[in-house]
Design a binder for this molecule. Structure first.
Ligand SMILES: C/C(=C\CNc1ncnc2c1ncn2[C@@H]1O[C@H](COP(=O)(O)O)[C@@H](O)[C@H]1O)CO
Length: 271
């Protein structure tokens, strides 16, 4: 006996028959009512929003080539010598083949994006929602504005080959020490963290060596997780060299693995 249309309802993968057929369709239930709204302020809903930030971030950045993240003060204005330094470094990174990623804001972020854009490269801004009005700077080709700092930080680490840290305040220090902590604790493979401005960062460097190291609060090799320079060409060369070394190590690790598999296969074939 053939089922009449009224006797059966398919709702996606579900099938209802006879008296189980619902009175309304799935779309009707979605579209006809609003219901209560408090749940948009609950953690389970936030988890979905967090997921969507990862999806958007990965979606935007996964096809970007080799990139370097540049951090630095949101408050330094054009005309300050550090701003010019940021522009130079942004431009030189592009000339060396890197995409430039910044926090998308004003100051040193804008300087690096400006240098990158003017050098004809890809200039990316990963902005952050802040309590005051704020938009991505004018020198960004591609950008995302995140709600959550921790999602944004994942993007910087995942999609850059190196960090360049220009003079800055708490935000910059947070980004610097997050990177160093990830490397120190083995949560990420070592990558170059280059601080620019010996006069600006020198005091912190001395304190790390004379206090943290002497008191045994960091390991003897930890201060070397950061490299300090004033020279934009040295910044690029340090990153390029580390990048080549890393590619060589990955290639060799792949070869060792391949060789291991070949021996394993040969042994299985001839036990
Ligand atoms: C303070 C002002 C604007 C702040 N806007 C920011 N936009 C994007 N990213 C920001 C902003 N402020 C901080 N950050 C992040 O921290 C680093 C800079 O912080 P600092 O305290 O200024 O050193 C930077 O790398 C960003 O990733 C007023 O215009």
């Amino acid at each position: 006996m053939r089922e009449s249309e009224a006797d059966v309802r398919r709702a996606g993968p579900l099938t209802y028959r006879g008296k189980a057929v619902p009175d309304t369709t799935t779309d009707q239930r979605l579209l006809d009512q609003r219901g209560p709204a408090e749940w948009v302020h609950t953690d389970p809903w936030r988890v979905l929003r967090i997921q969507s930030e990862f999806v958007e971030g990965f979606g935007l950045l996964s096809e970007v080539g080799s990139a370097v993240s540049v951090f630095g003060s949101a408050r330094i204005k054009p005309g300050n010598p550090y701003y010019a330094l940021g522009e130079t470094i942004g431009g030189k990174l592009v000339e060396a083949g890197y995409t430039v990623i910044t926090g998308g804001g004003p100051g040193m972020m804008e300087a690096a994006n400006k240098g990158a854009k003017q050098a004809g490269g890809t200039s990316i801004g990963l902005g952050i929602e802040l309590p005051f009005e704020q938009s991505l700077n004018d020198y960004i080709d591609m950008g995302v504005t995140f709600r959550y700092f921790f999602v944004r930080k994942t993007m910087f680490v995942k999609y850059s080959q190196a960090f360049v840290v220009l003079p800055g305040g708490f935000g910059t220090l947070d980004e610097l020490f997050e990177a160093i902590t990830l490397v120190q604790t083995g949560k990420v493979t070592k990558f170059p963290v280059v601080l620019v401005g010996t006069e600006f960062w020198g005091g912190m460097f001395d304190w790390i060596r004379k206090t943290l190291l002497v008191e045994g609060l960091v390991s003897p090799n930890d201060p070397e997780l950061m490299y300090l320079t004033d020279d934009p060409d040295d910044v690029i060369e340090t990153i390029r060299k580390a990048h080549v070394d890393m590619a060589r190590r990955q290639f060799e690790a792949g070869r060792v693995e391949e060789e291991g598999e070949r021996i394993h296969d040969a042994e299985r074939a001839d036990p």
